[in-house]
Design a binder for this molecule. Structure first.
Ligand code: ATP
Ligand code: MG
Length: 430
């Protein structure tokens, strides 16, 4: 057996205690924010049948083609996948448990997602999202509400330099007409079909030409940009209903003073979107600038076996958001210790642990010294812990049922009866 230290899987990060403080702080704030809009928590498994994602996300998407952690269960051969996103699982759970029977649902979840991508700053193989889904709402009001609520969160977080990109993908009929025109246009640049092409489709585009041409417009390959710029526009095909829906979304955003930029090339990487789509982007995280993305997906519920149900949602990437916060100079919140309990001698040890429990009953954060050592060395630990107060208990104090309370920021040490402990400690802390 080798003694080499084992490392975490590439692209999957440990979140160490100092950083975890920031995560906890953010998660609490995010939960409060979601609850303030009436969203309720739902928790799905991290592993789902592979078929779910193939059906929901689409076979010809980056995620399904090359990013999923899929495997056969070695014990029974089931085909399984670590979830690459939450929407499919959430809709599956809602259908399986008939949650839409009585009323529409506003739901959220958070946790790790898995995608086998090339790891780089802001792009990991295990990353974390907060995901929000509203199921059973058809109108533009909910699309706009979800965008407005994001704007409110950025505000709460004091985020600068995030902007909103907005587009509409229209409905199925318009997309089909556009698709036919797009294929005809793009075929002109397929070097296999046309002999003398000046510009040519890249390999990804060729593969998608007949299966998912809309996604070609999403290509980040510089060599494709000129072809994309002149492609037929989906917007020219949009029907009145979809346009009206989009107008209304924009009107609500304006009323809420949420600025946006219309980006007709925003198509999103998953198949299930229709009508409103949006991304919140920043210029400060390099190529990984999208911190939150979502939109309407009216077809998905039916696609995975339910009755047709309108739906809209979004997901934000926690790593990218926190990176942005830190880039903004946000200091890491530090968990504070209120009291460090120093003790020596057997009787003192017993009193010390009783006193520590009592202080915790009054909601104080207490570190009880473990491991013995001289008073002096224990006091050094108390100092390093950042505690505001040290309790000092020797057998002498213990015999008298008393403790010494020492304010760490200077000031006189006081010896008090255990009955007056809480009061004395609080005096120094408040
Ligand atoms: P990108 O274009 O950056 O690949 P995406 O369109 O694949 O993003 P979504 O599926 O919309 O991303 O996921 C929503 C959000 O989750 C993204 O906006 C981003 O903040 C975050 N995210 C997605 N993939 C990753 C990843 N591999 N690592 C870290 N965060 C990610
Ligand atoms: Mg991606």
């Amino acid at each position: 057996m080798s003694n080499e230290t084992l490392q975490a899987v590439r692209g999957m990060n440990d979140i160490l205690p100092d950083e975890a403080e920031l995560w906890l702080w953010f998660e609490e704030l995010a939960r409060d924010w979601l609850h303030s809009y009436g969203y309720r928590n739902i928790r799905m498994p991290l592993v789902e049948p592979t078929a779910l994602f193939k059906r929901a996300i689409g076979e010809v998407t980056d995620i399904v083609e090359k990013e999923m952690y899929s495997f056969a269960d070695a014990l029974n051969g089931d085909l399984l996948t670590l979830r690459p996103e939450g929407t499919a699982s959430c809709v599956r759970a809602v259908l399986q448990h008939n949650l839409l029977y009585n009323a529409p649902q506003r739901l959220y979840y958070s946790g790790p997602m898995f995608r086998h991508e090339r790891p780089q700053k802001g792009r990991y193989r295990q990353f974390h999202q907060f995901g929000v889904e509203a199921l059973g709402f058809a109108g533009p009001d909910i699309d706009a509400e979800q965008i407005v609520m994001c704007a409110r969160l950025w505000n709460k977080l004091g985020l600068r330099d995030v902007s909103l990109q907005l587009n509409t993908l229209g409905d199925a009929a318009a997309r089909n007409r556009h698709r036919a025109k797009l294929i005809a246009y793009l075929e002109q640049f397929d070097a296999d079909l046309e002999a003398n092409v000046s510009m040519s489709l890249d390999a990804d585009a060729k593969r998608r030409l007949h299966s998912n041409p809309l996604r070609i417009l999403d290509s980040k390959n510089p060599a494709m940009q000129q072809i994309i710029a002149q492609a037929p526009k989906l917007w020219d095909e949009l029907e009145d209903d979809a346009l009206k829906h989009f107008d209304e979304v924009r009107a609500i955003l304006k009323r809420h003073d949420v600025p946006f930029e219309i980006n007709p090339r925003l198509v999103r990487g998953l198949d299930y979107y229709n009508r409103t789509v949006f991304e919140w982007v920043t210029t400060r995280l390099g190529a990984q600038g999208t911190i939150c993305a979502g939109g309407r997906y009216d077809g998905l519920v039916e696609q995975i076996g339910g009755k047709p149900t309108p739906a809209t949602g979004f997901a934000m990437g926690v790593e990218r958001l926190l990176a942005l916060l830190q880039d903004d100079g946000m200091a890491l919140p530090k968990a504070e210790v209120d009291v460090y309990v120093v003790h020596q001698g057997e009787l003192a040890g017993q009193l010390a642990s009783r006193m520590a429990e009592q202080l915790r009953d009054s909601n104080l954060r207490v570190l009880l010294h473990c491991g013995g050592g001289s008073f002096k060395s224990q006091m050094k630990k108390a100092d390093a812990s950042g505690a505001r107060v040290a309790l000092v208990i020797g057998d002498d104090e213990a015999q008298a049922d008393e403790v010494s309370v020492k304010p760490m920021q200077g000031g006189e040490q006081e010896r008090v009866s255990v009955r007056n402990l809480i009061e004395t400690v609080n005096k120094f802390i408040k």
